[in-house]
Design a binder for this molecule. Structure first.
Ligand code: AMP
Length: 398
């Protein structure tokens, strides 16, 4: 019998799922994916086939406040009806925070859950929502093997210097340090590179994960050395609606001089800044690239400028750079942004092949370029499915 592996990625207002079927091959096969969104407002369930055809859709117009767990149970029942001759063997969850200790995906038990609960203060906007479906699934399927895959885990190989703020030791000891995020995406890219270009994968690579959340990571010999995200996913590059790096003095100013509350500042930094804040037009890069509004043009300029500055910093962390990789929504689909980043990076030895870039080729640098440049689509769900299957296999063997 084939194994069904469920991947869950839950946020505050949505729960995304992907169902994979594995018969032991290297790559689990995506069977269907979907989400419940609009939780507490206008719940909406949609499920799609791998190539996008809608398989099922459901709304609850009379029950806008239908609970998280009721919606989750509806979703699980629908998923189980899709298994065919496969058996649901395991569920892998994206858990944003694994703290300082966890550098690997882990089989979930009560002790681990208690540990992960203690990390909620470090990621209050995400961690509780990541843990909720683990508990809900345990109620429905107490025996199902569940695996936690951490967004911070890949960066635990960072040297001490890359993980530290220059704060008093006491506060650092309480866990105020740089954790880094988007780790599942970077790990997936590092594994893909090993297949696409093994020599490149052994070198010094900077990966630009440019989506609605955006960050960059320095990877040497497949291991994370440094990244632009820090204590939270607010640090580093400007994003769709998040500021990226900000002088901490600005937060003090907003608090002390403007009299803003912590909640108002949180909203400003997470939801009203970045591309939307600078442009006043949109958080969507496609809209900004097509807009003739001067502030939209400046938002793109600032985004590219910050990427270019961070690229220098990450190259310095590795003592140089051999390859540059673009991934996620903007990185995979915007030749304009890639071209502008590569232009700024000529001083590092980047020579872009314009035609290959426009065509969306896998390698978009010239053959002579001292630094090769790649476009590699990311797939965090597949990474979670692979991890979950690895844990499942290790449990079977033990
Ligand atoms: P992600 O979070 O990885 O799904 O990326 C989402 C973002 O990618 C969107 O907000 C868009 O700004 C951006 N994006 C998607 N397609 C394109 C495109 N063709 N050109 C520029 N940006 C794009």
């Amino acid at each position: 019998m084939r194994d069904g592996i469920l991947v869950i990625n839950a946020g505050s207002s949505s729960i995304k799922f992907s169902l994979y079927i594995s018969d032991g091959d290297d790559k689990p096969l995506l069977s269907c994916k979907g989400q419940v969104e609009g939780i507490n407002v206008a719940p909406h369930f949609i499920a799609k086939a791998p190539h996008g055809g809608v398989l099922n859709e459901q709304r609850w117009p009379d029950q806008p406040n239908l609970s998280h767990s009721a919606l989750f149970k509806y979703m699980i029942q629908w998923i189980e009806a899709q298994l065919g001759d496969a058996e649901l063997k395991a569920a892998g969850h994206r858990v944003v925070h694994g703290g300082s200790l966890y550098s690997q995906p882990l089989l979930i038990n009560d002790d681990l859950m208690a540990e992960l609960e203690t990390l909620v203060p470090l990621a209050p906007l995400h961690q509780p929502h990541n843990l909720a479906p683990i508990k809900a699934l345990k109620e429905v399927h107490p025996e199902l093997l569940q695996v936690a895959c951490f967004d911070t885990a890949f960066h635990r190989s960072n040297p001490w210097t890359a993980q530290s703020f220059a704060l008093p030791r006491k506060i650092t000891g309480e866990g105020v340090k740089r954790y880094g995020f988007h780790g599942l995406s970077y790990e997936y890219i590092a594994r893909q590179l090993r297949q696409i270009a093994p020599a490149v994968a052994r070198g010094r690579v900077v990966v630009c994960h440019l989506g609605s959340g955006a960050s960059m990571c320095a990877i040497h010999e497949g291991k994370s050395i440094a990244s632009t995200m820090g204590f939270t996913a607010l640090d580093g590059l400007p994003m769709g609606t998040r500021t990226g790096t900000l002088d901490a003095g600005v937060v003090l100013y907003l608090l002390q001089q403007k009299g803003m509350t912590a909640k108002e500042i949180e909203d400003m930094l997470y939801k009203q800044s970045g591309l939307i804040g600078v442009s006043g037009v949109s958080n969507d890069m496609r809209v900004l690239l097509e807009s003739s509004e001067p502030h939209a043009t400046e938002a793109v300029e600032l985004f590219v400028y910050r990427i270019s500055r961070e690229l220098g910093s990450l190259a310095a962390a590795m003592g140089g750079i051999d390859a540059l990789v673009f991934t996620a929504g903007i990185g995979e689909h915007s030749p304009q942004v890639r071209e502008r980043v590569c232009k700024h990076a000529e001083w590092l030895g980047v020579e872009m092949d314009d035609e290959a870039n426009q065509r969306g080729a896998q390698m978009i640098s010239t053959m002579e370029s001292p630094v090769s440049v790649w476009v590699v689509p990311t797939d965090e769900e597949m990474m979670i499915a692979k991890h979950t299957r690895e844990v499942l296999q290790s449990v079977k063997v033990a």
